[in-house]
Every structure is written in structure tokens, then in C-alpha cells.
Design a protein around this ligand. Structure first.
Ligand code: 5RP
Length: 246
């Protein structure tokens, strides 16, 4: 069932991880149904995008999608694509990306996004923005009425400039925290060699476009995880088995 959502949905309660995975798989399969032979496809990063890359690989190996090539948004996606038989090309070798799929950490009713939970948002933004059609794949837990109330805004920062950037983020009303590796033995370093700062906004992000601009204007910031005006479609899998497009 596909129906249009015209009003902001409230944040959905957390769901069982197994169910969440099956919802992610469902939207991943839907997304690759939209890929046509010969397309240059932007490959997002994260668990949902990984499932879509796997599903794309299955169709390619069945000979159903001849001459499809991927443009990866991270080393993780590039390695996975190769593993599943999807050829990849460098972003700089293409003039256009026909179609891109990607996940998100939060989505609002205007298709503004928070991305970067996987520390890949800088390259993702370039790939997604270059695509003629960018489709975002989420399960219902990611749909919120206001961005930033539960998920912080990831910001990629030059290590050289970490202190002034942290101060400037506080100046914007944020509570920044340098993202640490799981084993707590140092900061997360992105594919581009930078650090990630997660910025909490106690009252959420009031104006995503303005906040994206303000963050990106701080010298030393490489890119913020606020994505405004990039998604063309958001596909939301719900626990009732519906797929809703925003
Ligand atoms: C990586 C991202 C991911 O798309 C985002 O974190 C969603 O991930 P998942 O599909 O695993 O929930 O922005 O930087």
C-alpha cells in the first residue's frame, strides 16, 4: 500500500530490532525496483543502504540490470558493492547520477533530514545532491515532527580546528560532543580523515535550512548532517506493512 503523507507525523515509538530490520529490508527492495538498466546509481551508507546494495547486487547478478554502475558514498558501501557484484566508478568520472538511495537518522514532513549516524554524511551529501532522483529509505521510527529533538546533528570537522568549532557550535545553542569510537580509545575518524561532533539541540532544530547554513559557515566545519532540499522522495516502511511516501 502506498499513500501520501501530507502532515507531519509524530515520532514513532521504538520497535523491536528484528522488525525494524525487516522494515528496512522492505524499503530497500522497493528502492532497487526503481533502478533501470544503464543507470548510474548513488549508493548510500548505513544498514538500510547496505540492504539496498545487496538487493541491487542480486538483480545485477540475475542479469536484470545490465550496465548499472554505482557511485559509493563511503568505503563501506564501495566494498559491499564490489562484494555483491555491483561495479563502482569514481564520483569524478561521472557527470550525473541518475538515481541515489540512502538512509537517514531523522526525517520531517518537509523531507528535511538528519544524516551522519554512520559518519558518512559529507560524501553522502555530495552523492545525494548530484542525483536527479534521491530516494531516502527509512522505517517509521525515523519520522519526526521536528528534527533534532532525539537525534543530535552530526558535524564533520577538521581535527586542526576542533576547539574553535566546538565553541562556535555552543554559540549556535548546541551542546556538542566529539564522537568517540566504540572502544573509547579515540575519536571516530571519517573516510575523509576528519572528526565528527554530535550536536544536541535541547529544543530541536527550529529552522533546518538556517541551521544548516549557520553550521556550514563555521570555519573548520567540513559539512553538517542537516540535509535540506536534497531528498526527492522518502519511503517509509511502517510496522503495519504499509509503505508510505512523503
Ligand atoms: C550514515 C547515514 C545513514 O544513512 C544513517 O545513519 C541511517 O543509517 P541506518 O540505515 O543504519 O539506520 O547517514 O552516515
Amino acid at each position: 500500500v502506498v499513500r501520501a503523507v501530507t502532515t507531519a507525523a509524530a515520532a514513532a515509538p521504538a520497535i523491536d530490532p528484528t522488525l525494524q530490520d525487516s522494515l528496512k529490508r522492505a524499503v530497500a527492495k522497493r528502492a532497487v525496483e526503481l533502478v533501470k538498466p544503464g543507470m548510474i546509481v548513488g549508493l548510500g551508507t548505513g544498514s538500510t543502504s547496505s540492504m539496498a546494495i545487496q538487493e541491487l547486487g542480486k538483480l545485477v547478478s540475475q542479469g536484470k540490470l545490465k550496465d548499472v554502475v554505482g557511485v559509493a558514498s563511503s568505503y563501506q558501501s564501495r566494498i559491499l558493492a564490489r562484494q555483491y557484484g555491483v561495479k563502482t566508478v569514481d564520483l569524478n568520472d561521472v557527470n550525473v547520477i541518475d538515481f541515489a538511495f540512502d538512509g537517514a537518522d531523522e526525517v520531517d514532513a518537509s523531507m528535511n533530514l538528519i544524516k551522519g549516524g554512520g559518519a558518512a554524511h559529507t560524501m553522502e551529501k555530495v552523492v545525494d545532491a548530484m542525483a536527479k532522483q534521491c530516494i531516502i529509505l527509512v522505517d517509521q521510527t525515523k519520522v519526526v515532527s521536528k528534527l533534532g529533538l532525539t537525534f543530535p546533528v552530526p558535524v564533520e570537522v577538521l581535527p586542526f580546528a576542533i576547539s574553535p568549532v566546538l565553541r562556535a557550535l555552543v554559540g549556535l545553542g548546541g551542546v556538542p560532543e566529539i564522537r568517540n569510537a566504540l572502544r573509547k580509545d579515540g575519536p571516530v575518524i571519517t573516510d575523509l580523515g576528519n572528526m565528527v561532533v554530535d550536536v544536541r539541540f535541547p529544543d530541536g532544530v527550529k529552522d533546518p535550512a538556517e541551521m544548516e547554513r549557520s553550521i556550514n559557515m563555521i570555519p573548520g566545519v567540513v559539512e553538517s548532517g542537516l540535509f535540506v532540499g536534497i531528498a526527492n522522495t522518502v519511503l517509509v516502511a511502517t510496522r503495519d506493512g504499509d509503505e508510505i511516501t512523503i
